[in-house]
Design a protein. Structure first.
Lengths: 219, 219
DNA sequence: TAGATTGTTAATCGATTAACAATC
DNA sequence: TAGATTGTTAATCGATTAACAATC
């Protein structure tokens, strides 16, 4: 584990790794601008981040994908498997609506949609439909903003439908880069990268002795 | 609506409003350092943000809470109620585990907990328990990281139990400032503030004509 | 008045990006 | 070689914070 990496760099390293794993069957090497393109960031960013973890590429072939995947693991992973738990994530929609009601904002949770549910339910005044009804409901209710948290495979398909139905902004939790027209505002929150960042910093705390001394010396 | 506010300012304005609403019954005015303290940020930040939306305080009394709540609404809200929908937020735990498995990280989703469920289920290899079993499971499985997305009232109580059981880091979706010992790493993601930011920028797009001209002139 | 707070500018800090020498 | 890419420094950009005159 490398101590004292910037927060944002740790997040990106997590994103690099996921992108690299997804293409590791097809390719052996990748250039900084290709990897940057996959994440929609600047190539200099990629090179700088890899510099920080001390990973070197080949001037012609670029970076060795398998080696880089391992190297990122060495840089940010703990030396044992850390466990994660989720508490009550399903309740988020209703909570947010409650906040909206309290804070006097001009926002309203008009509906929630579930992937595996067929019947329509009404929970605390917020209707919960099957996703198959999404287009109809968006149009009928003029829903403008979508909070999207579905499996990667479904994400783009559902986003496309929602945009066609009139959605203007998406808060995207689905860890997939969504293609969308420029006038659609998209805010990506990558929960996987965030948890990995969290894990890194809890580890760092764990290896405090080394890390803190290094920090002080650098300053 | 005020155009060209920085993203972070819009997010904080949403947080200010929520904090102000929560105390508007008890107090009439608030000083910048009190409001800053509620959000754990710098007082200069508060004053600067309010300056950007042109809100003026009294040099002795501070800011009028009710007026400020209205003023924030005028600055960031749309002139009609925008609707929001949620798709499949309940699936997040399992998705994240799938990503972990694929990307070769040293992380594992050990359990998910639900507030309203009593029986233990097993979905795609991830066990889903009642929250009442949380402490036991965290200890038994040595869970280190918790993704917490429960209603505000429960959040602190559940966090306390989890920390006592050995949790080291929390990704907090519950829009509540969690009190915790310094060695617990906490990452807050405020979904309410994020959706309000999103709404602001979709509105801005909507009022493009004015906004873009202003932008160009400023540059 | 003395003391405290606002409004605002300037300084600082960190993150992003441009640029380019070194390299093959 | 000519051309392309890396590794790294310097410049830029934006966000945060310190500082302080103005005010009551």
């Amino acid at each position: 584990m490398i101590n004292n990496l910037p927060q944002k760099t740790v997040e990106r390293l997590s994103l690099y790794r996921r992108a690299l794993v997804s293409i590791s069957d097809e390719k052996e090497n990748i250039h900084s601008h290709r990897l940057a393109h996959m994440l929609k960031i600047n190539p200099a960013h990629v090179r700088r981040d890899l510099m920080l973890i001390g990973f070197q590429g080949d001037i012609h072939k670029g970076y060795d994908i398998k080696e880089l995947i391992d190297y990122i693991g060495k840089a940010i992973d703990c030396n044992y498997t850390q466990k994660v738990a989720f508490v009550g994530i399903g309740e988020i929609g209703r909570q947010v609506e409650r906040h909206f009601e309290l804070s006097g904002t001009k926002l309203k949770v008009a509906a929630t949609f579930k992937l595996e549910e067929d019947r329509t339910r009404n929970v605390d005044g917020v209707k919960c439909y099957s996703v198959s009804k999404m287009v109809t409901v968006i149009k009928k209710e003029n829903v403008e903003i979508l909070v999207l948290a579905v499996p990667p495979k479904e994400a783009q398909k559902i986003a496309d439908k929602a945009i066609a139905a009139g959605i203007k902004g998406i808060l995207n939790f689905s860890s997939v880069y969504l293609k969308a027209p420029k006038n659609i505002y998209i805010d990506n929150f990558d929960i996987v990268a965030t948890v990995e960042k969290l894990a890194y910093f809890t580890n760092k705390e764990f290896c405090k002795t080394e890390g803190d001394e290094l920090k002080k010396e650098t300053k």
